[in-house]
Design a protein around this ligand. Structure first.
Ligand code: PMP
Ligand code: GLU
Length: 405
């Protein structure tokens, strides 16, 4: 047999999704396992969305629909972009996709030629480098620093730009660090972006989950130059807890969107019609749903941070947005774990996540999956009562480690 494609042989499953699968496997075996692993809202999807999807189904809306998405949803998102983000995307400049993940892929496919370089600040969401590689681009990872709140500095961006650089991926609020770029920070980056004629993919899926009175600024809203070079990706998974319904969208300049629509017409035709009706109804109840959700995540964040303060040897930047803490465990590693029957070495974040899952029945995601060794990502999108138990396990598990050996 001839081998699978080199593309396929080079890709491994998403570590966030893989950890979630392991957690669910242990749960199915009846083990009392808890998860601070995969990042997904614990809230229910808004009732209005459920009713709209049910109604669409009962009305027989099950045939093929528009390849770029329902016109009424594209119109509603055009209004949303204008009112919430200050970006004037016409409905024709918006593509509805099967999740933000699909939007990222389609935007990359439409933009990149083989060998084009894509600059990705690290820590990054696990999918960006793989998606770039899968479409034939070359990921160029640029490290950010803990002491800078994990935000990319213009001088660091400048250093990695080459004649092949085509795109910069920005993700604010950031998964996994919770960093939120201020308008001034984005303006400083924008000066370099425009100078070097880069495109931008701005993933804003956590835009509504921001704390401490912060506001999410869209790079495309900064000025006409930035609008002309930016694709703004977003979705319904986080804001409306519709992650299983797979609904996302992307707004971009007309030519980029036209290319994405053509690609989607072959790759997926269009996202689920039922999900699109659900999404439309959810947008209409935003004013009620979003503040409630934010309050819920704020409470979870406060609880999570209060618990971390009781664990020696760990450090973190308070997340400004999203629902993750990117926890430095560098001063705990490497270490030896001793039990009655066994003694083994924990070298890195992967070993540590494995140890927490196997011995303390707690799922976390190792930092290495986000391009940053020495960290664990904890998702706090859980009710406080659940977090109490999960943080008990984390605290006991980390306290049981003998410090550096
Ligand atoms: N971007 C980021 C930063 C994410 O954390 C996620 C979560 N999976 C996504 C995009 C994709 O979201 P979805 O495909 O569920 O819309
Ligand atoms: N975005 C979530 C996470 O980072 C869901 C899993 C995924 O799509 O990566 O955990």
């Amino acid at each position: 047999m001839k081998p699978l494609s080199s593309r396929a042989l080079g890709v491994s499953p998403s570590p966030t999704v893989a950890m979630d699968a392991r957690y669910k496997e242990l749960l199915a075996r009846g083990l009392p396992v808890l998860s601070l692993g995969a990042g997904e809202p614990d809230l229910p999807m808004p009732q209005a969305g459920i009713e709209a999807a049910t109604k669409a189904l009962s009305e027989g809306k099950t045939r093929y629909s528009f390849m770029a998405g329902l016109p009424e949803l594209r119109a509603a998102l055009s209004k949303k972009f204008s009112e919430e983000n200050g970006i004037a995307y016409s409905p024709e400049e918006i593509l509805i996709t099967s999740g933000a993940k699909q939007a990222v892929f389609t935007a990359l496919l439409a933009l990149l030629d083989p060998g084009d370089e894509v600059i990705i600040p690290s820590p990054y969401w696990v999918t960006y480098p793989e998606a770039v590689r899968l479409v034939g681009g070359k990921p160029v990872v640029v490290d950010t620093r803990f002491e800078d709140g994990f935000k990319l500095k213009p001088e660091d961006l400048r250093k990695v730009i080459t004649s092949k650089s085509k795109l910069l991926i920005l993700n604010s609020p950031c998964n996994p660090t919770g960093a939120v770029y201020s308008r001034a920070e984005l303006e400083a980056l924008a000066a370099v972006i425009v100078e070097y004629n880069l495109y931008v993919l701005s993933d804003e899926i956590y835009e509504h989950i921001v704390f401490d009175g912060l506001h999410c600024t869209s790079p495309a809203a900064l000025n006409a130059e930035m609008r002309a070079r930016t694709a703004t990706v977003n979705g319904f998974s986080k804001a409306y807890a519709m992650q299983g319904l797979r609904l996302g969208y992307v707004g971009a300049p007309a030519a980029w969107t036209k290319a994405m629509i053509a690609i989607q017409s072959h790759a997926a035709h269009h996202p689920s019609t039922l999900s699109q009706y659900a999404g439309l109804a959810c947008l209409q109840v935003s004013a009620q749903v979003l503040p409630e959700a934010k309050k819920h995540y704020l409470e979870a964040r406060e609880y999570a941070l209060s618990r971390l303060k009781k664990i020696p040897g760990v450090s973190w930047n308070d997340p400004q947005g999203a629902f993750y803490v990117f926890l430095s465990v560098q001063s705990l590693l490497p270490t030896i774990v001793r039990s009655k029957t066994d003694s083994h070495k924990i070298e890195n974040s992967l070993d540590l996540a494995e140890y927490l899952l196997e011995e303390w029945h707690l799922a976390t995601v190792p930092g290495v999956g986000f391009g940053c060794e020495g960290y664990l990502r904890l998702s706090f999108a859980q009710p406080v009562a659940y977090l109490e138990k999960a943080f008990d396990q984390l605290e006991q598990g980390l306290k049981a480690l003998s410090f550096g050996s």
